[in-house]
Design a protein around this ligand. Structure first.
Ligand code: CA
Length: 245
């Protein structure tokens, strides 16, 4: 057992809800910091990135949780994020996942379900960390100097652990299964997001941008995740260095 408590940042402006959640998480042995605005959350995150999970309300007084999550990911922070929102519709779920959230729970939620989801986020992260070193399974993708283990979700780039969300991994896997083939945005939405006839393709583009940021030597001049004008994207796996003879 690890003695250090699991640290959770709760970003929630409804005082009663925040106090109740904090208490319940503390009873479960977590250490909880509460921020009631996006600005406060930003301050805490800047001061200390060592949170194990972030619970993020969507409707905050100063910013919305989506853009806060996006900013977090843009800054390279990979802490698992669970979004909490009053609205539970598909658009919102997609926006949350687009912004780099790992999971999503609509209010009002059941406390036990929230605790279970947080435990599951942490398990996934721990599982990834524990299995980082095991690189013999066939579910492994070598991408230049990156290693992606689809079985354990462990991802390293130049030896550094990188956190990918489940959807990012699903998308990457779909590319890896279809090297050199032009994949349309509709196809990707259908196969990866399981969305039929969804009107906007922006989420696909956003996710490609994120994969490029992780895995392209120069994300502005992609050579792995190529755009094919008017058609979609093409995955071109980098050459693996051959055995020295
Ligand atoms: Ca709120």
């Amino acid at each position: 057992m690890n003695d250090a408590p699991i640290r959770v940042l709760l970003v929630e402006d409804e005082e009663h809800l925040a106090a109740g959640l904090k208490l319940n998480f503390e009873l479960e042995g977590y250490a909880v910091d509460v921020a009631s605005t996006g600005r406060e959350a930003g301050r805490l995150l800047l001061a200390d990135r060592a949170y194990d999970a972030i619970l993020l309300d969507v409707m905050l007084p100063d910013v919305d949780g989506f853009s806060l999550c996006q900013k977090l990911r843009d800054s390279g922070n990979t802490t698992p994020v669970l979004m909490l929102t009053a609205r539970g519709d598909l658009e919102d779920r997609i926006e949350g996942l687009n912004a780099g959230a790992d999971d999503y729970l609509a209010k009002p939620f059941d406390l036990e379900e929230l605790l279970a989801r947080v435990r599951s986020l942490l398990r996934r992260r721990d599982w990834g960390r524990k299995h980082e070193a095991q690189r013999t399974s066939p579910g492994i993708l070598h991408l230049g100097d990156a290693l992606i283990d689809f079985d354990t979700h462990a991802v390293t780039v130049r030896g550094e652990a990188v956190h990918l969300t489940k959807l990012e991994l699903d998308l990457l896997r779909y590319f890896a299964d279809n090297p050199g083939r032009v994949l349309g945005r509709e196809e990707l939405q259908q196969e990866v997001w399981k969305l039929q006839d969804y009107p906007s393709h922006r989420m696909v583009d956003n996710f490609i941008m994120r994969l490029r940021r992780h895995f392209e030597p120069d994300p502005r001049n992609p050579v792995v995740f190529l755009s094919v004008r008017g058609a979609g994207y093409k995955f071109v796996p980098p050459q693996q260095p051959g055995p020295q003879v």
